[in-house]
Design a protein around this ligand. Structure first.
Ligand code: 9MR
Length: 364
């Protein structure tokens, strides 16, 4: 049976910014958050969205709308998510495969699901070099700028009042910290396309939070330094940017010890941060040691986010190992999510429950 979403969760979501400024005890009469105090799924286990609510931490899942018809998948999203994001159906190749012809069918299905189930809806993504139809790269500069602005305007206006935050620009920086030369937007429009994209999105929906989103930002190094420099410049010039998404596509056992410091420096710019696409790939078939390492890494991501006041959520890039993108892209690796291929919880799920249950340091 789908799990009804308590109205308290919706209220908590609406009050997120306020709640962050208050001590936990002041905003709830509920028992201490923690695995044992949480409502249960089918009477047997903790519910992530519930135990995260007291910490004003969004628990998100990337969702493929057609999989919501699969009962086990559906039950997990119904039960554990306070936020959903489209894994693919809001990308340019889906929504505007042919210039000026719009297809929001899949995205509208997800938006309706979010509305009817009291989940926040996160928008992914407006401007990205990948999953981009070929016609865009073929345009000259004035036509590409007009097409990009029109794409942003149409999509943001379509979901106005539903999508509370957008990944406006995705993966604009290469691994070495240079601008991604292989992006048609970079190649044809130059650096300025990024601020143009943010300004256009802001005009289309002044209430939406606007984020820059990228992978391999976890450690302080050439790539995260370049993103830090870029967003610092945007902030300094009053470009409407609100947040940075740390995708968090991790390999087990590789997290360094500077994650919190790194998140904090972005928050110190006046931005919020969140983990937007977390998975932890391990060799397949997984052994117990790798599963334990993976659990530790998931726990670290969640507890580090909770340790940073401006870190507002953790989104997992999928529900079950059955459908993860990882094995196709990293042969020999996979098993990267919280539920295995048969929808059994993994040690990583228990680690996330424990980290979420511990709450924000100093607020218990
Ligand atoms: O999970 C997505 C997968 O189904 C797609 O085939 C792939 C195509 O690039 O995109 C995956 O999601 C990506 C996300 O949109 C942006 N960050 C990296 C993600 C994993 O590739």
């Amino acid at each position: 049976m789908p799990h009804a979403v308590p109205s308290r969760r919706r209220a908590v979501a609406a009050l997120l910014p306020l709640l962050l400024a208050l001590p936990l005890a002041a905003c709830s009469d509920d028992p201490e958050p923690g695995p044992t105090a949480a409502p249960t799924q089918g009477g047997t286990g903790p519910v992530l969205a519930e135990i995260a609510g007291g910490s004003a931490l969004d628990i998100g899942f990337a969702v493929a709308p057609e999989l919501l018809d699969e009962p086990e998948y559906r039950e997990i999203v119904d039960t554990h998510a306070s936020l959903v994001v489209a894994e693919n159906v809001m990308k340019w190749e889906t929504t505007e495969r042919v210039q000026g012809q719009w297809d929001f069918a899949g995205a509208d299905t997800l938006a309706q699901y979010a509305r009817e189930h009291g989940k926040k809806l996160y928008g992914h993504t407006l401007v990205w070099h990948s999953q981009l139809p070929d016609w865009v790269a073929a345009l000259d500069a004035p036509a590409m700028q007009a097409a990009m602005e029109e794409h942003i305007r149409t999509q943001v206006e379509h979901f106005k009042g539903q999508v509370f935050a957008w990944d406006v620009v995705n993966e604009a920086i290469d691994d070495d910290g240079t601008r991604r030369a292989g992006s048609p937007f970079q190649a044809t429009l130059g650096d300025g396309y990024i601020e143009d994209a943010f300004r256009t999105a802001h005009e289309a929906d002044p209430d939406a939070q606007l984020c820059y989103n990228d992978y391999d930002l976890e450690a302080i190094g050439p790539k995260s330094d370049a993103v830090y420099a870029m967003v610092s410049d945007l902030v300094a010039r009053d470009v409407p940017i609100d947040c940075v998404g740390f995708q968090g596509h991790l390999t087990g056992g590789k997290l360094g010890d500077d994650l919190q410091e790194n998140l904090q420096r972005f928050v110190d710019l006046g931005l919020t941060v969140r983990f937007t696409e977390v998975d932890v790939r391990i060799p397949t078939p997984p052994n117990d040691a790798d599963l334990a390492q993976q659990a530790e890494d998931f726990g670290t991501v969640v507890s580090t986010c909770l340790a940073v006041e401006g870190c507002l959520g953790v989104t997992f890039w999928g529900v079950t190992d059955r459908y993860s993108w990882v094995p196709q892209w990293f042969p020999g690796y996979g098993a990267a999510l919280l539920w295995d291929e048969d929808y059994a919880t993994k040690p990583a799920f228990d680690a996330v429950v424990e980290a979420v249950g511990a709450g924000r340091p100093g607020r218990g």
